[in-house]
Design a protein around this ligand. Sequence first.
Ligand code: DC
Length: 234
Amino acid sequence: MSGSAASGQEQANGPAAAPVIAIDGPTASGKGEIARRVAERLGWHYLDSGALYRVTALAALRAGIALDDEAALAALARELPVTFEGARIMLGGQDVSDEIRRQEVGSAASRIATVGAVRTALGALQRGFRRWPGLVADGRDMATVVFPDAGLKVFLTASVECRAQRRYKQLIEKGFSATLPALLQELCERDARDSNRSLAPLRSAQGALVVDSTQMTIEEVLASIVQEHHRRNG
Ligand code: DC
């Protein structure tokens, strides 16, 4: 995370007054990469909220906690020993940045994300990342639930085929095995679960800038978001 020093006025207002850009979208829509680069461009902090769901899922899998054991999952989420060291994500001091990207961890994350007490615990953790000079947060409910007062809300999407291709490339580059048909099916299932759950379902927030990146380059998506931010803030 990076950022210029906050002014006395900003510090007096406290971290809860720091500006937020919330970027939501389905799995493999590219929101992580885009959010990170928007943060870099503005010199703001960055929060990958999905990583917190993934770390919780990994910790549950390791501890043998059933993915529908609400009380045990909530206790785990409340006490999660997670820290960010630059771009690396640590669980109890161990670097789990690559492991949490595994397909089965993502699938488990999508399941525990339907548990209300887990969402409450992780929501509080996420709000703690808000600080000056600003925060770019990506996830599913950043604009609708966690930061409803975000100055800019973005809903970033792409066709499911395009997202499966991107995820396939990512996994192969990291040395994981994957097949395109299995990924496509997995993404469709994840989309359905994330969009149809009763708690904080994936939705485009009211007033959100909707960006369909299927036919766009990363640079074009980045430019559209940064331009909109500057347009709104003069
Ligand atoms: O963005 P991702 O694929 O890393 O997220 C993993 C899972 O976590 C995803 O299936 C849904 C859940 N999630 C969520 O419910 N709310 C968020 N703000 C972020 C992720």
